[in-house]
Design a protein around this ligand. Structure first.
Ligand code: GRF
Length: 196
């Protein structure tokens, strides 16, 4: 079995990244994590990745005159790792259309809502404010429109009357860690493809 080479893009703690790294330890998992790139040098996930012997890179967009130049260097970094698939995992930058289109069908994201509900930020607060009784998370292909690409997997959780944004986020996060590795398995094994 040839394992697909995967890079993960993060900005912060990297718990979804850790779930993906853990999943790839299974001998039959069709992908390996070959690099982790952060747009924040202080992202705790970078140290976690390094502790697993995974190559890391940190690139601050503010150090580049334009977003295109920042994304060109990201592409060069990913190419230097010979990456097949990119997983966004809490990467808090909106990516330009050229970068996204270059990875069409090969880049996926985890989003903490049942898309198409609650695209963007503060999903848990918004679900609570709406009085939603269910909430959840989605792994989807990345397309130029924010959180708009086709869904690969979703998981639902109940919203409890006692929930705060933090307790709801924790419940959703548990499901994120379950479905992200499953979705990457589907893509890396060729069981699912994007038509865009
Ligand atoms: C997760 O809730 C993910 O759904 C969202 O950003 C958060 C990242 O958390 N896109 P972590 O860095 O994976 O712990």
């Amino acid at each position: 079995m040839t394992r697909k080479r995967v890079a993960i893009l993060i900005s912060g703690r990297g718990s979804n990244m850790s779930a993906l790294i853990e999943a790839t330890r299974a001998p039959d998992y069709p992908a390996e994590i070959v690099g982790v790139l952060s747009n924040r040098a202080a992202a705790p996930g970078l140290a976690t990745a390094a502790s697993h012997g995974i190559a890391t890179a940190s690139l601050a967009q503010s150090k580049f005159p334009t977003r295109d130049m920042f994304e060109d260097v990201m592409t060069q970094t990913l190419e230097s790792w010979d990456v097949d698939i990119v997983c966004l995992a809490g990467f808090m930058r909106i990516l330009g259309a050229d970068f996204v289109n270059n990875w069409a069908g090969r880049m996926i994201n985890i989003h903490p809502s049942l898309l198409p509900l609650y695209k963007g930020l503060h999903t848990h607060e918004r679900a609570l404010a709406d009085g939603a009784t269910t909430h959840g998370c989605t792994v989807h292909f990345v397309t130029p429109g924010l959180d708009e690409g086709a869904a690969i997997l979703q998981a639902e959780v109940p919203v409890l009357p006692s929930d705060t944004p933090d307790t709801l986020a924790d419940r959703v996060l548990g499901q994120e860690h379950r479905i992200y590795p499953q979705a990457l398995r589907l893509l890396a094994s060729g069981q699912i493809t994007s038509l865009v």
